[in-house]
Each structure stands twice: as structure tokens, then as C-alpha cells.
Design a binder for this molecule. Structure first.
Ligand code: HEM
Length: 554
């Protein structure tokens, strides 16, 4: 979906060339003061730079090709005078986004995402700064107004509430969502894509806000899905010309070149409703004595200095938390609610679908993985659960391979560097958009072994194929790097793990008749988030016992 000139923006280029002149003049004036060369890259055209060199689809492949061609892991592009630096190696990502994270953790200005579509409430797209910090460490949203909390206390609270070991927050809900998914798979295997979406959306909404989603038609799910479609299209910071010429946002929607404004308007309704409706749900819940447990509420309560959470006696703490919440502005309350927003669901869905694709394309690997699961659970007479987490090395390798083979976010999410910098003798100009090429890194044979395009979990195993090879990177390139690294990483990995191990224990998966020959089988969409195109599968219970086990959770 993401194209460099999505909508009618080509027309907008012409309209904006005049604006461009000034920007380019300023940019080159600044550049000439710097002695060091810029990183290498294609030379581009006057004024528009490399805007036309970047393919509309799978641009990460082109970035890697340029990286090889110019013999540099870091390449430089100019798009309408805007500097863009692509990092094509893990070493560059670690050095710049992690070691130098104090200056590489901002986000580029994204007028399409933030101002026009309305994602300015989402801390994933906020520039680095106090508001982002406050929202990421979401307890701050309440605690900030209870001024006696020190930074250290706030940090501690965050760690308590969102520590990866605090699995009791989400594992029971994840288990429930996966078990419901398995029953749907039994009843209606053809519609497995929809069941995957429902599973991921229902889990995130339940764990975050305590919303109990019943079916695919649920209003929160539908809203989040439309919102995520907008994010996938506009989140690359390079899909729309308005990202390079913010003044284009003032064009009237009816102009022929302003298709992007009409698209934004259509998306905006859902995108702005997402935090508002979830906040309303939680506020209503706070007033009720039978409020369902949710991470958002837990954080709210744990930030109450006199409250704490022992025994979770809801009513007194809730009323106090409610008071705290009412003291803060509407915007801050909405930001608070985006702590674990539904964007986590669309990314995880993509990995679920990749798992199905990999199993359908690789029957031998499916068999081997089923064997690994059977060894542990066949005598237990139940489906696997988190008791088995950490005891199945081949399944762990398979999950890593799912995430590596088709990284959900091939160029992660763009960062921005906030001051001039130097890397390997190259000048990295302040305010450059920084694109970590997660795809190139995930397919680097120096990191992940030969044939990186082949799905092969054994690449993550040791030489004797008995344990995970801990000397290897974990395959998590799609989660980004440094201070902005995905805070949902652990939840995502555990979700894919439980999903995979449950499906493998109960079902056989193969392509529907003739599907392997269909043109789109195995192909993916392009954009900030990628998904496989729909493909038909035959998903059948492995045997009557497996079916009975799944039904026993009905
Ligand atoms: C396979 C699943 C997932 C993938 C591939 C993924 C990928 C990413 C990436 C690439 C980033 C940006 C990192 C950077 O800038 O360097 C990100 C940020 C974020 N992710 Fe995820 N994510 C996934 C699941 C989740 C889940 C399950 C949640 C919530 C429970 C979540 C919540 C977030 C949030 C809130 C941010 C913004 C962080 C910030 O800007 O400070 N993600 N994710």
C-alpha cells in the first residue's frame, strides 16, 4: 500500500516545487559548512533528489542493493531536500540507535500520520522528549500530578507493572484468547485469517482495557483494524509527499492533487475514536465495583501512593485513582490509555499468518515441530500452556524464524537524529530520518547463516540440534532498536509461541488444492507493516483426541 507517491501526490510534487527551492537552498547551505562527506548513495535528480529512485514496493530490497553497490552499510538519500539515512547492518543500528541513542531516538515529523490522520495521541510516533517519556513510562501520566513521586520511584513502578516477568498480567488472558481461537478453527477453518485477527485484537483489548470482545464484528476491533490500515500506509514517513512538504497539509481536500487529504479524513474518524472510546470504557469500569482486571487499571492503581495492589480491593483504590485521573487533562488521559494500544495486535497477526504460511510451505518442518511438541505434552492429556514455555527449544527456534524470515516491519519505524553526527567518517546531518533496514539485517547471512531466504528454524539451534544457539542474535530485528525498541516485544514473542505450539499440537496444516500454484501464494503486501496476501489452507484436527482436547475448553 505504501508508495512514495500515494494518492495523487505526483500532482502535488509539481505544485510544491516552488517550496522545494527554498528548502533545498537552506539544506545545501548547511551541508556546505560540513567538511566530511555524506554516506554514499544514488545521486538523484536536482530538487527532487532520489524521490523517483525509490520503488513503490519492497523498498527495503532496493536499500540493501544500494548498500552492496556502494560498499557501505549506511547509505544516504535525499528526498525533496530531506536527508534520509538508511542503516543496513546490525552494527550500524547498534552503534547509532543504541550506543548513541540520546540523539537517535526521535521520530521524523509525520504530518500525514500525526496531524492529518490523527495519530498524534500515539506515543510511537511522538518526537523524543518529555511527552514521549511520560507516555512510555505511562505511570507518569498519573504520577506527574502527584508530585511527590521521584523519577526513581516512577521508574520502579514501571518496572513492577510492565516487567517481562510479570506474566500474570497477560498470560491467562492470552491463553483464553488462543483456546477460543482453536475452537473457531475447528468450527470454521477456512476463515482462519479472520480468527487470527480476532484473537490478537481481543487479547490486546482485554489485557489493556478489560474489554471483552465476543466476535469479529466488535466495534473496537473494527475501529482498530481501520486505524491500523492507516498506520501501515502512512507510518514509513516517506509514503506521502506531505511528509516532505508539511505545508501541503493546507491544500483544500477538493483539489485534484489532494487525494491524500481525502484519505486522511476517512481514516481520521476511527483513529481519533480509538483512544477516546477505550478511555471511556475504562472510566466507566472504574465506577463499577466489578471492574474487570486490566493492565491499564493496574497501573492506575499502582500509581496511587497509599493504595498499592495487595488483594486488589478495587473500590477504594478505584475511586481514588478516578479522582487522580479526573485531575489530569483529557489529552493526558487519552495518552495514558495508549500504553498498550491495539497497534500491537496487527503486527502479531502478521506473524500468526506467517506461521501458517511457513507450515503450509514446509511440511517436513511442521512434522518435526509437531514431534517436538508431542514429546512434551502427549502424556499430559492436555494442550500445551505456559508450563511448557522454555522447555521446547525447537519451537523457540521456530518462533524466532517466523519473526526473522518475514520481519513484520521491514524498516521498523523511522527514527530521527537530533544533531549532526559522524559515523565511519561520514557526516550524518541533524534532522535526518533514520531508517533501520530490519529486512536486510534479518537476511544477513553473516548473522543468520546461509540461505537466509529459506525458512529453517534449525539455523537457531546449536550444532547438535539439541538447544538454542545462544551465540546467535535472536531474530528480533522487526522490533526496532535502542530507546524506542518495541515495548510489546515479550508479549508478542509469547503470543506467537503459544499460538504456534497450540496449533501444532492440535492441527495439520496444508495448502488447499491448487493453492501452491496460485500467483499470490507466499507474496506479501508492502508498507510499514507487511502481511501475506490471503491464501487458502486445509486445517484439520490431527486426530479425534486432538479435537476432543480443543473442545474441552469450550
Ligand atoms: C510481532 C509483533 C510486533 C512487532 C514486529 C513490533 C514492531 C515494533 C517496532 C519496529 C517498533 C518501533 C521500534 C523503533 O522505533 O525502533 C514498535 C514500537 C512500539 N510497539 Fe511494537 N511490535 C509488535 C508487537 C507489539 C505489541 C504486542 C505491542 C503492545 C502490547 C506493541 C506496542 C508498541 C508500542 C507502544 C510502540 C511505540 C514505542 C515507542 O515509540 O517508544 N508492539 N513496535
Amino acid at each position: 500500500m505504501a508508495t512514495l507517491f500515494a494518492g495523487d501526490a505526483r500532482t502535488a510534487i509539481i505544485a510544491s516545487l516552488s517550496l522545494c527551492g527554498a528548502a533545498v537552498a537552506v539544506y545545501y547551505a548547511k551541508r556546505s559548512t560540513v567538511k566530511l562527506p555524506l554516506p554514499p548513495g544514488p545521486s538523484g535528480l536536482p530538487l527532487i533528489g532520489n524521490a523517483l529512485d525509490i520503488p513503490a514496493e519492497n523498498f527495503w530490497l532496493k536499500y540493501k542493493e544500494w548498500s552492496d553497490q556502494y560498499g557501505s552499510d549506511v547509505i544516504y538519500l535525499s528526498i525533496m531536500g530531506n536527508p534520509v539515512v538508511v542503516l543496513n547492518s546490525l552494527a550500524a543500528c547498534k552503534e547509532l540507535l543504541e550506543t548513541r541513542s540520546s540523539i537517535y531516538s526521535s521520530r521524523p515529523n509525520m504530518p500525514m500520520m500525526n496531524e492529518l490522520i490523527g495519530f498524534d495521541w500515539h506515543f510511537g510516533f511522538m518526537p523524543y522528549g518529555d511527552e514521549w517519556k511520560g507516555t512510555r513510562f505511562n505511570f507518569l501520566i498519573v504520577a506527574k500530578f502527584v508530585t511527590h513521586f521521584s523519577v526513581e520511584e516512577r521508574r520502579k513502578m514501571f518496572q513492577q507493572v510492565f516487567h517481562p516477568t510479570r506474566t500474570e498480567f497477560y498470560r491467562p488472558k492470552l491463553l483464553k484468547a488462543v483456546r477460543n481461537f482453536l475452537i473457531r478453527l475447528l468450527d470454521d477453518p477456512k476463515d482462519y485469517f479472520a480468527h487470527c485477527r480476532l484473537l490478537a485484537g481481543a487479547f490486546i483489548l482485554d489485557v489493556t482495557y478489560g474489554i471483552d470482545v465476543k466476535n469479529e464484528d466488535d466495534i473496537y476491533i473494527a475501529q482498530a483494524e481501520r486505524g491500523m490500515a492507516a498506520m501501515a500506509a502512512a507510518g514509513t514517513a516517506s509514503s506521502y509527499m506531505v511528509d516532505f512538504f508539511p505545508s501541503l497539509k493546507y491544500l483544500p481536500s477538493w483539489l485534484p492533487g489532494a487525494q491524500f487529504k481525502r484519505e486522511a479524513k476517512a481514516w481520521r474518524k476511527d483513529v481519533t475514536a480509538m483512544p477516546r472510546d477505550c478511555l471511556r470504557f475504562v472510566e466507566d469500569g472504574l465506577a463499577s465495583p466489578s471492574v474487570p482486571f486490566a493492565v491499564g487499571l493496574e497501573i492506575l492503581i499502582s500509581t496511587n501512593r497509599n493504595g498499592g495492589i495487595p488483594g486488589r480491593v478495587w473500590p477504594p483504590y478505584c475511586s481514588r485513582s478516578l479522582k487522580n485521573m479526573m485531575m489530569i487533562t483529557k489529552r493526558r488521559r487519552e495518552l495514558f490509555m495508549t500504553y498498550l494500544d491495539p497497534s500491537g495486535s496487527d503486527t502479531t497477526v502478521s506473524s500468526f499468518k506467517t506461521f501458517f504460511l511457513a507450515m503450509a510451505q514446509n511440511p517436513d518442518i511442521q512434522k518435526k515441530a509437531q514431534g517436538a511438541v508431542d514429546k512434551v505434552v502427549s502424556e499430559l492429556g492436555r494442550l500445551p500452556d505456559f508450563t511448557e514455555y522454555g522447555t521446547l527449544p525447537y519451537i523457540e527456534a521456530l518462533v524466532r524464524e517466523v519473526l526473522r524470515w518475514r520481519p513484520v516491519t521491514p524498516i521498523a519505524v523511522p527514527h530521527q537524529v537530533t544533531q549532526d553526527d559522524v559515523y565511519h567518517g561520514y557526516h550524518i546531518p541533524a534532522d535526518s530520518t533514520i531508517l533501520p533496514n530490519a529486512w536486510a539485517i534479518a537476511h544477513d547471512p553473516a548473522l543468520y547463516g546461509p540461505n537466509p531466504g529459506v525458512f529453517d528454524p534449525s539455523r537457531f539451534m546449536n550444532a547438535s540440534q539439541t538447544e538454542i544457539n545462544h551465540d546467535m542474535p535472536m531474530g528480533y530485528e522487526a522490533f526496532g532498536y535502542g530507546r524506542r525498541i518495541c515495548p510489546g516485544l515479550h508479549i508478542a514473542v509469547e503470543s506467537v509461541w503459544l499460538f504456534a505450539v497450540s496449533v501444532l499440537a492440535a492441527f495439520n496444516v496444508k495448502p488447499a488444492d491448487g493453492e501452491s500454484e496460485s500467483e499470490n501464494f507466499g507474496k506479501y503486501t508492502s508498507g510499514m507493516l507487511i502481511h501475506p496476501y490471503p491464501f487458502e489452507l486445509r486445517i484439520v484436527p490431527r486426530d479425534p483426541d486432538a479435537e476432543a482436547m480443543v473442545r474441552s475448553y469450550d
